[in-house]
Design a protein. Sequence first.
Length: 118
Amino acid sequence: DALYNVMPLNATVTLRQTSSDWDNALELVMVDNKSQLSAVRDEIATDGYTLVNLRASRKWSAVRFDFGVENLFDEAYDLPTGGTYTGQGMTMSINGIPAGIAVPGPARSYYVGINVSF
């Protein structure tokens, strides 16, 4: 039997550009399909996926402003090591949790942050 909860082959490649006070990045996250499964633990197979993330930051003396978009193209995918999603289906009935539904990955999300050094 295969080992449980092992992440499939994956890679993250980042193209980064730094110019004066700006720092920009284009990130590509690639994950292969999960096909080596633990039958004993009822592990779920997942398809491979590719995500694109954009990141940028601007720095002024002691303040840095960060912003970005994760999963830019709003790719629908399942997390290879996320387990079983029990919030779907008939979770309130006896034996109503359907088997074999993987936890979905996050949809497109935006973020901003401010860092202050002192």
